[in-house]
Design a protein around this ligand. Structure first.
Ligand SMILES: C=Cc1c2[nH]c(c1C)Cc1[nH]c(c(CCC(=O)O)c1C)Cc1[nH]c(c(C)c1CCC(=O)O)Cc1[nH]c(c(C)c1C=C)C2
Ligand SMILES: C[C@H]1O[C@@H](n2cnc3c(N)ncnc32)[C@H](O)[C@@H]1O
Ligand code: SF4
Length: 447
């Protein structure tokens, strides 16, 4: 395997690495996992287990050109009620496959745009989930929010459903950048959304920003940061834009010639990080920032930060039940992914079948490597002594130290630490622990 280290200032082609929101990454899932196996795995979840639940809403009124999420544009609300009907069927199928009641510690609605659902459908969806996968009294309930798809009735529905955290898509406030990514959104609209949420007691606010977008300059990104920080979000995600037009067709609207190169991307990410730190935010992992009292900042400090399909999380439940088109579950035994296309997913669950079409059966080797990669991305440190197979991990930290001599330190006990200035390389360094990483070219830009 060859590595291309862009290094500060070096003009190298952009390196590519998986995002490691799962190990192995979803690109390695295969069709040997289907409904029977998924049902068997669900049957192994002991009654009373704390679980996380993710429900995917794959609809948006607008289709932003940069977006790599599994979503579809629709101007009409017609597909929404049938989608919730199908979710009702799936929730019953999944709950019937469980040996007993589970305790939902974390519920996340993502997409797509869950707030595209009319208030009555939001209320219905929470009711369906609570009836079969009841939330614990102190459960975190988070929802992805498009600030341009939010009104008073939806805000009331979210508050009534005991939503505790809202994650707002911002991406960039600069009008020229917004035009280049097909996503108009005023600061004023975003501010109103934040205020509307806080006024109803939904006071944990995340904002998502991106660097590496077309037309973005150092000055425009700093202005975006200034505006975003003026809203004092609890958390800020500053992701690197992943240009993957082969995976997300709408990205052909964005010309690769208009994108900053690896050096410019690194400079943009460092400037954005410096702004966030100067405003009192603690860096968390490779792309998050949180106020020091936020649970994610605390989790990063006390070593309990985790990674799941949404990126970084404070959620420590080992089991994740994914519902909806394309959703992935992490079950005792492995990963199970639903049919990605809404029509396929819907047809299956309405016929009374689980919608699993692909996945991965976890081996012991997978579990050990997954834990090492998670530690590397969450703490920038891997201690073989803390993992289930210290000898294997010590061999891999040795391999990583040889491949990345300028980026990491390895001590005599085999503990690997990424140098602070090289943390943007964490995903590439993680590939040394990845037994499936053969062709790095299929993945997105790493920094
Ligand atoms: C909520 C938004 C996003 C989801 N994933 C991404 C975003 C921004 C980013 C992303 N995911 C993948 C790629 C391309 C390849 C890569 O960088 O590794 C990007 C940029 C890969 C991916 N993610 C999922 C699958 C099945 C794949 C593989 C697709 C492929 O390349 O063939 C799963 C997945 N991602 C998201 C959801 C909601 C989801 C399924 C539940 C969200
Ligand atoms: C859920 C969050 O995912 C991020 N997101 C969506 N598409 C991409 C992409 N191509 N690259 C990086 N991040 C992306 C956005 O910031 C969104 O708000
Ligand atoms: S960024 Fe959000 S609103 Fe835009 S297409 Fe993606 S999911 Fe939909």
């Amino acid at each position: 395997m060859t590595h291309i280290d862009p290094g500060p200032g070096a003009a190298a082609p952009p390196p590519r690495a998986p995002r490691y929101t799962s190990y192995p990454p979803a690109t390695h899932f295969h069709d040997g996992v289907g409904p029977d196996r998924a049902r068997h795995w669900l049957g192994r979840i002991a009654p009373g287990t704390r679980v996380s639940v993710y429900a995917h809403i794959p609809f948006c009124r607008r289709l932003c050109w940069f977006c790599a999420c599994r979503t579809q544009g629709t101007l009409s609300e017609a597909p929404l009620a049938p989608y919730i009907d199908a979710l009702a069927a799936e929730i019953d199928l999944v709950a019937d496959a469980l040996p007993g009641a589970v305790a939902t510690a974390h519920l996340h609605l993502g997409g797509g745009t869950p707030t595209f659902l009319p208030p009555a459908l939001l209320v219905r969806l929470f009711g369906l989930l609570d009836a079969r996968l009841p939330r614990m009294p102190d459960a975190e309930t988070s929802v992805e929010v498009d600030p341009t798809e939010l009104d008073a009735a939806r805000l009331d529905a979210l508050a009534g459903a005991r939503v505790t955290r809202a994650s707002l898509g911002v991406q960039d406030f600069d009008p020229a950048v917004q035009r280049a990514i097909g996503r108009p959104q005023s600061f004023e609209r975003t501010r109103q959304a934040v205020e509307g949420l806080r006024a109803r007691g939904i006071d944990a606010i995340n904002l998502d920003l991106l660097y590496g977008l077309p037309k973005q300059t150092a000055a425009s990104l700093e202005r975006t940061l200034e505006l975003a920080l003026s809203l004092r979000p609890d958390r800020l995600a500053i992701y690197g834009y992943a240009h993957v037009p082969w995976a997300s067709k709408r990205q052909v609207m964005i010309r690769s010639e208009d994108l900053p190169d690896a050096t410019a991307r690194l400079d943009l990410s460092r400037r954005a990080a410096a702004r966030a730190r100067a405003a009192g935010y603690q860096p968390v992992g490779i792309d998050h920032f949180a106020l020091p009292d936020d649970p994610m900042a605390r989790a990063a400090r006390d070593g309990t930060l985790r990674r799941n399909f949404q990126g970084y999380t404070t959620d420590t439940a080992p089991t994740l039940i994914g519902l909806g088109a394309s959703a992935i579950s992490r079950l005792p035994g492995g990963y199970a992914q639903n049919a990605p296309r809404t029509a396929d997913w819907r047809a299956r669950v309405l016929q009374g079948r689980l919608a699993t079409v692909r996945g991965h059966v976890a081996t012991r080797d997978d579990a050990v490597r997954a834990a090492a990669i998670e530690r590397l991305l969450c703490a920038f440190r891997v201690d073989p002594g803390e993992l289930a197979d210290p000898a294997l991990i010590a061999t891999l930290t040795d391999r990583a130290a040889r491949a990345w001599p300028d980026a990491v330190l390895r001590d005599a006990t085999g503990i690997l630490t990424i140098r602070p200035g090289a943390r943007h390389l964490a995903r590439l360094i993680a590939m040394e622990f990845d037994a499936y990483a053969v062709s790095p070219d299929r993945h997105s830009v790493a920094v």
